[in-house]
Design a binder for this molecule. Structure first.
Ligand SMILES: [Zn+2]
Length: 209
């Protein structure tokens, strides 16, 4: 992104001395509010972000009533391409959609190429196991639970063996707690996700409308 082309806009909070001092404390909820994150999502984070018990992405997914909306897709933040930087309370959260729409409108005026790149990335399917183990799949859904892909982009800390297994295939399927990887019609890898340990793994294959 070029510098100094974007001026502050209404509804988009600015970092301040207050925010930086709070960020050094562990008051994550107040920090989220100061960053302008929706109250519903801040409240959700306060309840769900306990890695001993929950998986926030699964909680958000289970609460989603409509389709998962790409404007609530927060996974791109790890790649620097996102319009939403908080975990939404649901993947159809209307407040988050308003937030990211306002941000996209503002950025469209000064960094349209960045916004176009975000929109392209944020519509790609995501495989999430827990809050650290996430890949973006460069591909498309072929039915309700399978994605055909050319590549998998690691967002954070997907274990090497899992990443290698995913990249050995070109079709991925989530079946209950199992992730199956196929190379065309041939099954090349299966791995089980356990949720009875720290950082509970529950596989989610998310498509975005
Ligand atoms: Zn929300």
């Amino acid at each position: 992104m070029s510098r100094n082309k974007c001026a502050p806009a209404d509804g988009i909070p600015l970092l301040s001395g207050t925010v930086s001092s709070i960020s050094r404390s562990s008051n994550h909820l107040e920090f989220g509010r100061l960053l302008g994150y929706p109250d519903c999502c801040v409240g959700f984070f306060g309840k769900s972000n306990n890695w001993n018990k929950t998986n926030s992405y699964v909680e958000a997914y289970l609460g989603t009533k409509a389709s998962c909306d790409y404007r609530t897709n927060c996974f791109g933040k790890n790649l620097g391409y996102s319009l939403t930087f908080h975990i939404p309370c649901r993947f159809d959260c209307s407040s988050t959609i308003r937030y990211s729409t306002a941000l996209a409108k503002f950025l469209d005026g000064c960094e349209p190429e960045y916004v176009a790149a975000c929109r392209q990335l944020l519509r790609k399917p995501v495989l999430s196991l827990n809050e650290r183990e996430i890949v973006v799949l460069d591909g498309v859904f072929v039915d309700d639970r399978r994605v055909k892909y050319r590549d998998a982009i690691d967002l954070f800390a997907m274990p090497e063996d899992v990443l290698r297994a995913i990249r050995a295939g070109n079709i991925i399927e989530v079946r209950g707690r199992f992730v199956l990887v196929f190379r065309n019609q041939e099954l090349v890898e299966t791995f089980e996700c356990r949720c009875d340990e720290f950082g509970p793994r529950v596989p989610l294959l998310i498509g975005w409308a």
